[in-house]
Design a protein around this ligand. Structure first.
Ligand code: UGY
Ligand code: MN
Length: 247
C-alpha cells in the first residue's frame, strides 16, 4: 500500500527531483485541451523550462515566442507538427527541434498524446559556425556511441554541435550496473527526464532512487553521478548548455 504523505520528490537549493506522484496538471490558455506539468522553470532556480504535456483528443498549441527554442519529444501517441509550410507526423520517439522565433503548431489528431518539452531563450554568438535550424527526426534514426569508450553507456547526441547551437539534448542509455565514469561537476545546468528503467542518482550529497517518469533539474556545479540498476537498461534524455562560456 502506498503511504499517504510520502514521496521521493524533492526540491533543494540547486536541484530538484519531481516524481509522477507529485504532478499537478495545469490548464494553460495557449495549450488547448491539454494538461501541462512543469518539472523545471526559473521559479526553482533553473534558467530554462522543462515540461510534460498530456494532449487530449484535438489538443493543440501555437507557439508565440520570438526568443525561445524548443526541443519536443513524443512520449506517447502521434502528434502533428506544422512549421515552415509543412506538416510532420511525429510518432512515439519522434522529436523536433524548433529554432528561436520559428512559428509552429502542434495538434493531437488521436486519442491521447504525451510530449516532453525543453524550452529556453536562445543565446546568439557573433562569429559562430553552422546555422541553427528547425528539423524533425526520431531517436531510432539517431546513432549511439559508447561514452568515453564504455560499451555499457551509450550516448545519442540529438542536435548538431556547431558553435551556433547554444544547447545540446542527448539520450544516455546505461546497461544494468553501468555508471557515469566520474562524479561530474560543471557550470552547465541539466534538465533530465527518465525514459526507461531505474537507478541511483547522486545529486550533491544526496542519493536518490530514480525510475521511468522522474524528472530532474541539476543546477550549476552540482555534483552528479548515476548508476543503473534493475534488469533492463536505463535511459534518460537530458538538456545541457553548450558552446557558451559562463557569465
Ligand atoms: O553531458 C553531461 O554532462 C552528462 N554526462 N551528465 C549527466 O549525465 N548527468
Ligand atoms: Mn553532466
Amino acid at each position: 500500500m502506498t503511504l499517504t504523505g510520502a514521496t521521493r520528490s524533492k526540491l533543494s537549493r540547486n536541484y530538484s527531483l519531481m516524481c509522477p506522484d507529485s504532478h499537478v496538471p495545469l490548464n494553460l490558455p495557449q495549450w488547448k485541451n491539454c494538461q501541462v506539468i512543469y518539472t523545471a522553470s526559473p521559479e526553482m532556480g533553473a534558467k530554462f523550462c522543462q515540461f510534460l504535456v498530456n494532449m487530449k483528443a484535438g489538443g493543440s498549441f501555437c507557439s508565440e515566442s520570438q526568443t525561445d527554442e524548443f526541443l519536443l519529444l513524443v512520449l506517447e501517441g502521434a502528434i502533428e507538427l506544422t512549421f515552415g509550410g509543412a506538416t510532420h507526423r511525429l510518432q512515439q520517439d519522434g522529436f523536433a527541434h524548433l529554432k528561436a522565433g520559428e512559428r509552429f503548431e502542434l495538434k493531437n489528431p488521436g486519442d491521447t498524446g504525451r510530449i516532453l518539452a525543453f524550452q529556453k531563450k536562445y543565446a546568439p554568438m557573433p562569429g559562430a559556425t553552422g546555422a541553427v535550424i528547425s528539423f524533425v527526426s526520431s531517436l531510432a534514426q539517431t546513432s549511439a556511441k559508447p561514452f568515453l569508450g564504455d560499451d555499457g553507456a551509450l550516448l545519442q547526441t540529438l542536435l548538431p554541435e556547431d558553435s551556433a547551437w547554444d544547447w545540446g539534448v542527448n539520450v544516455f542509455e546505461f546497461q544494468p550496473g553501468a555508471t557515469l565514469p566520474i562524479v561530474e561537476m560543471h557550470f552547465m545546468e541539466h534538465g533530465l527526464y527518465f525514459l526507461q528503467g531505474q537507478g541511483v542518482y547522486r545529486l550533491g550529497s544526496d542519493w536518490h532512487l530514480v525510475e521511468q517518469g522522474d524528472a530532474i533539474w541539476m543546477g550549476p556545479y552540482l555534483e552528479q553521478w548515476f548508476a543503473a540498476t534493475g534488469k533492463i537498461s536505463s535511459k534518460y534524455i537530458y538538456y545541457k548548455e553548450m558552446n557558451r562560456a559562463p557569465g
